[in-house]
Design a binder for this molecule. Structure first.
Ligand code: NOJ
Length: 467
């Protein structure tokens, strides 16, 4: 019987602003999300991450829950403004101490820490200096990464640089739905994005040069993955093109409708990943964008393409495509009433096979699924139970497709379920629950949902309970 490999890593993920709370204690300063949440109407339920899961105080209890789950690894992010209140320069020892305790606590329970350097909570002090629009950010981010490596690499082997530039630039600087809520034009946004790629490159160099022990590092990408409606060579080719082609404008969308975000070059895989893994922006993209493309030098491309060890993919939803003689491909309409999550994202487990396959074909790097999961409107029953059968079905079917990638010997290294626990879902506030652990935000009580028990047995059986 096919199975996941023995060294496959089973984990779960969170991020700092979504769970930590304690936003103004021990020297932490505002991030752009603190500011954005204060803006009227920016967050659906008028909430913020000020308390969230209060993980800053509950971290020991939370590690206990991870141990109970049987997690082998935990992916979390570091709050930049806890470590460097001004974004650069002075280092805040109290911030370092918190992550020291967390890392030691995880290692004590034999849970491998996987650190994400940046998960959207840019220090407000740096946004005030232009944020990702200021080319100096590459240097600031390098400095920050160097500090983290210096302090934590004696114990932490695995690192991720930037989480989903597609979101924090595309939605934060262009669409404006995420912090800092800017609506720059495509050209300005692509220049900011270029700075984020440069920041990635600087951070890889800094992590390596300050490392106390050998480390591994890679970026985390997202995007909408296309998959062939039927598995034949023409549809496969069409899906590959739909996944990696850069779209110049909203008009050029070939029926790309599901995500209800404007289709633009900022929501795409290749524009971000080609520079990192192949050392250049995609030719097709440069052609489509013309004078909207960013300014860059060969020397910058060298920094951006500093070799990395793996690629992290956050996979939630995709869309089926068919080949089309005129346009190359088009998105196949979904049947009415197709399965949707609470967020109204379509359930498309096929992407767990096709995305790793396409990524490996293009970039030849090992792959982690760094996020996958679904939001549901879960609640606690009278008997203190949370029944979430849809989430179990979702995870089962996504993992079955992921296992197919393993069966074909694609180098898939691990899986991080999003999320360990319910948390602050950005502009949706607390209305979208992604956790396998239920959190009562009033009492801070945690409770395993049925899906947590299911995942526990999945880890224990190395995925055999999928069948
Ligand atoms: C991706 C982001 O990295 C994470 O922060 C977010 O909560 C999930 N997607 C779900 O939207």
């Amino acid at each position: 019987m096919s199975r996941f490999k023995d060294d496959f890593i089973w984990g779960a993920a969170t991020s700092a602003y979504q769970i930590e709370g304690a936003t103004n204690v021990d020297g932490r300063t505002d991030s752009i999300w603190d500011t954005f949440c204060r803006g009227k109407g920016n967050i659906r339920d008028y909430s913020s991450g000020e308390v969230a899961c209060n993980h800053y105080e509950n971290w020991q209890h939370d590690i206990g829950l991870m141990e109970q789950l049987g997690l082998q690894a935990y992916r979390f992010s570091i709050s930049w403004s806890r470590i460097m209140p001004n974004g650069c320069g002075e280092v805040n020892q109290a911030g370092i101490d918190f992550y020291d305790r967390l890392i030691d606590g995880l290692l004590e329970k034999k849970i491998k820490p996987y650190i994400t350097l940046f998960h959207w909570d840019l220090p407000q002090s740096l946004e005030d200096r232009g944020g990702w629009q200021n080319a100096d950010i590459a240097r600031w981010f390098g400095e920050y990464a160097g500090v983290l490596s210096e302090r934590f690499s004696d114990r932490v082997e695995n690192w991720f640089t930037l989480n989903e530039p597609q979101c924090f630039i595309g939605l934060g600087y262009h669409v404006g739905s995420k912090a800092p809520g800017l609506q720059l034009d495509v050209k300005e946004s692509l220049q900011a994005l270029h700075h984020s790629l440069l920041a990635h490159g600087h951070s890889v160099r800094a992590l390596r040069s300050n490392a106390k022990n050998p480390i591994k590092v890679g970026p985390v990408q997202t995007g909408t993955v296309a998959y062939p409606f039927e598995n034949n060579p023409a549809y496969k080719e069409a899906a590959y093109r739909a996944t990696f082609n850069v779209h110049g404008s909203n008009e050029d969308n070939h029926g790309y409708y599901q995500w209800k975000v404007p289709v633009n070059p900022l929501w795409n895989f290749a524009w971000y990943a080609d520079p990192i893994f192949l050392g250049h922006y995609p030719e097709q993209g440069l052609e489509v964008l013309g004078n909207k493309a960013p300014k860059f030098t060969d020397q910058e491309m060298e920094i951006i393409s500093e070799p990395v060890d793996y690629c992290g993919l956050n996979l939630y939803s995709g869309f089926p495509v068919v080949a089309d003689a005129e346009c190359g491909w088009y998105a196949k309409e979904r049947p009415l009433g197709n399965p949707l999550t609470a967020f109204k994202w379509s359930m498309t487990p096929e992407i767990m096979y096709w995305a790793p396959k396409f990524f490996y074909e293009r970039y030849k790097k090992p792959i982690y699924i760094t996020e996958n999961g679904m939001s549901a409107h879960d609640w606690l029953s009278d008997s203190d139970k949370v029944s979430d059968p849809q989430r179990i079905e979702f995870l089962k079917s996504y993992l079955k497709y992921y296992r197919r990638a393993s069966d074909e010997n694609l180098p898939i290294k691990g899986y991080f379920l999003w999320s360990l626990m319910d948390n602050f879902e950005w502009e949706q506030g607390y209305e979208e629950r992604f956790g396998i652990i239920y959190v009562d935000f009033e009492s801070q009580k945690r409770c395993f949902k049925d899906s947590a028990y299911w995942y526990q047995s999945c880890i224990k059986t190395k995925g055999k309970n999928l069948f």
